[in-house]
Design a protein around this ligand. Structure first.
Ligand code: SF4
Ligand code: SF4
Ligand code: SF4
Length: 289
């Protein structure tokens, strides 16, 4: 595993400066977990910044955790000010949450890190990194690391071809086979920076005394509903697919819609710092619809 100790030290120094100076109350970064992998870390004390790491296993999109920091810890207090370590792909989610009024810019400090690409546990490059052209965060308050040289990506949607070549009934059969394995654990939803409803509509419909809807038709509805809610908002971080315990290729579904949005409206979620949500962009001459 490639360990970028120089970059890790820069992250620690930045975190220490922010905490000691009282600029933030918490730094969200990465630390080594009990089995040697990377995991999210929440640092509240400058003395603990030594826990922070940076290596090829820092796959998590930490922007998701900003949702947990939106409320004051106690009544009458302000919400915490938070610094978050953001890779280029993760940084697009910051822009989406800003555009949707989910986070306040002045309460979030983005520690942007340039990225050479990440690896899975076997040392293979992550699929999302193979097609990634964003090696510098799109939004940051401080930028750490040097932009790496990468070859241009020829077809970032090349992996969708297998599904797109199928006829409608074959494609439906493919997806129903995939959804059949889903256990509705909701890990894909929980890890997604764009899924933040206080009560998810798919859980609201499963009342306290009613079993979770686990028939394939109900799982089909859950997945199509989630994909549509993310259309034009998914930042392609692939976190949903990474955490799925059933190995369901969710990125094929989400990125099919991403491609549709890009081709129809020239919109790719989170790419611009001043971002208008897609439904507002569709209005004529800038007027919201
Ligand atoms: S998708 Fe791009 S920015 Fe994200 S981890 Fe991979 S190479 Fe880095
Ligand atoms: S993480 Fe996988 S198994 Fe769990 S709800 Fe999502 S798709 Fe289904
Ligand atoms: S739907 Fe998946 S890929 Fe898209 S933003 Fe959410 S977690 Fe990331």
């Amino acid at each position: 595993m490639l360990v970028n100790e120089a970059l890790a030290q820069q992250v620690r120094d930045q975190a220490r400066e922010l905490l000691e100076g009282g600029r933030v109350d918490c730094v969200i970064g990465y630390e080594t977990g009990p089995r040697g992998g990377a995991r999210p870390a929440f640092i509240y004390d400058a003395a603990d910044v030594t826990r922070l790491i940076w290596n090829q296993a820092c796959v998590h999109n930490l922007v998701t955790y900003l949702h947990d920091k939106k409320k004051p810890p106690r009544r009458g207090e302000q919400p915490p000010r938070v610094a978050v370590v953001a890779k280029p792909c993760d940084s697009r989610a910051v822009n989406v949450l800003l555009a949707e009024g989910q986070i306040e810019r002045e309460r979030v400090f983005v520690i942007g890190v340039t990225c050479e690409g990440l690896e899975d546990e076997e040392g293979a490059a992550l699929p999302r990194c193979l097609r990634c052209a964003d090696r510098v965060p799109v939004v940051y308050d401080v930028l750490l690391g040097e932009p790496p040289e990468v070859s241009p990506v020829e077809d970032g949607y090349g992996d969708l071809a297998g599904v797109e070549e199928m006829g409608a009934s074959e494609r439906l059969a493919f997806w129903l086979r995939e959804f059949d394995r889903c256990i509705r654990c909701y890990a894909c939803r929980q890890v997604c920076p764009g899924c933040y409803c206080t009560t998810c509509m798919f859980e609201r419909d499963d009342g306290l005394w009613i079993d979770i809807g686990i028939e394939v038709s109900q799982k089909h509805l859950f997945h199509l509903g989630r994909a549509l809610h993310l259309a034009g908002r998914c930042v392609e971080c692939d976190e949903c697919e990474r955490v799925c315990p059933m190995d369901i290729p969710l990125s094929l579904l989400n990125r099919r819609l991403t491609r549709e949005m890009e081709e129809l409206y020239g919109h790719r979620a989170g790419r611009e710092e001043v971002l208008t949500p897609l439904l507002f962009e569709l209005g004529e001459e800038g007027s919201p619809i």
